[in-house]
Ligand binder design. Sequence first.
Ligand code: FSO
Ligand code: SF4
Length: 544
Amino acid sequence: MFCYQCEQTARGTGCIDRGTCGKSDEVAALQDLLLRQAMGVAIGLRQAVADADQTADLDRFIEDALFTTVTNVNFDAGRLQDLITEGTAAIARARELARSAGRAEALFGPALDGHFADREAMLAAARAVGIAARGQSQSADVTGLQELLTYGIKGMAAYAHHARVLGHTLPEVNAFMSEALEALARPVTGLPELLALNMRCGEASLAAMALLDGANTGVMGHPVPTPVLMGHKPGKAILVSGHDLGDLAALLEQTAGLGINIYTHGEMLPAHGYPALKKYPHLVGHFGGAWQDQQRDFTDFPGAILMTTNCLMPPRDSYSGRLFTSGVVASPGIPHAGGRRYDAVIAAAQAADGFTDESAPRYHTVGFGHNAVLGVADKVVEAVKSGALKHFVLIGGCDAATRGRDYYSSLAAKVPEDWAVLTLGCGKFRVIDHVGGSIGDLPRLLDMGQCNDAYSAIKVAGALAEAFGVGVNELPLSLVLSWFEQKAVTVLLALLHLGVRNIRIGPRLPAFITPAILEVLVDKFNVMAIGDVDGDIAAMTRAA
Ligand code: FSO
Ligand code: SF4
């Protein structure tokens, strides 16, 4: 295997033999084949002349295939084998649509793939399509740009998937995923063409982020500032992790009146701010930290656990009997709660001990989405004009166990008292304990939500730029991102598409960004690696 799609890739260059995440060689190969199948479906779809409802199942297959291959989503070879069997049927249907449109001659490569007799046949086919196989015949720069685009659409697919399950879709987003997948299946004609496609991926990423924002706020209401108990109360309990708000909503409904308390974990923390979720009195608090703490947190949690999306780690015996997956998440031997039915999860919670004590009261306030922040825009503008609020710094993105992430805690602790800190993503767990107080009526720490809510930060920045009559790059705003997996690539491409400059990225740059690609990003956008905290604060102050 060869995989370098996330920040914890082995030696900072690539996982071979086995993933740092726990992905086996076999799972990696099956994921490579699933990605090729998504290309096959996309090629057929691009030739089809059909209504959106005729192709919805194929768009959904592409989204699910891409999301399934995101880091820490699916470790289950059996589930991947089933998906590949579905993929064979999806390719055949896409091919048929292309033929009906009289475009059979335009089909090529992955769109012509047939049926695989068994897992061995899948693995044999997979070996010929991974990064390592392609890398032998092209430069690292070409592979790097292809992978940048691949990871951009993987994150986009995650957003589109979340929106779709809430009933929202956007044809342009699916059309771009198909266009990109088709381009990835063709021989590369040049680096500029690939670079341009990556920039267009940023545009489609922004549309996907707006789509998800509309879906979340349309179905769940706009988040409102809400203090969340970061602890527990006595009683039976279920812990919900991942990002899927629809799963949490369904679980809350199914557990209403059962005397089971529901807790969020990791990226589910911002759920407490949504009116449609906070109305349930048994959504009582948040337990634990970011995803990489789950093996400790899940062991300590005395109830059932539901993992709705990434980031899943290989489960420990101490909790594997109480763990369930949903959506595209899968792990061998872990029961899957499909179709938003949680009877088994509820039964496991009732069978477990639950909490017998009450933790010390500690609270963190969530719910500073764009609607809440822009609701007090006049106060924000006034505070900036009066000089009380000198600078905004967004410290957010993904967290992980990899070295160098103390930087973000240290940065949060050291930013001057007259700076406001925006945060989002699981990277917030490095930040929230280090920023307190307020500037006038405004809290200094504004938790904008999940990594999936980066759109809120973009909207707020756009509105402030308009209020001050300047471009976003002229605002007293610095972006310091922590990246881990592919959704962070999607957000980065969206920011670059908007022309945002001077973004700091850490804790280390992606392995797929070659020196030549980095040179382009530095030239055009002044993208930079994080440095030392004091030096970076001084540089941000100078730029303000
Ligand atoms: Fe974190 Fe994982 Fe949300 Fe990521 S839980 S690392 S970018 O999947 O999605 O922030
Ligand atoms: Fe390695 Fe990350 Fe790929 Fe897992 S997802 S195999 S840790 S690069």
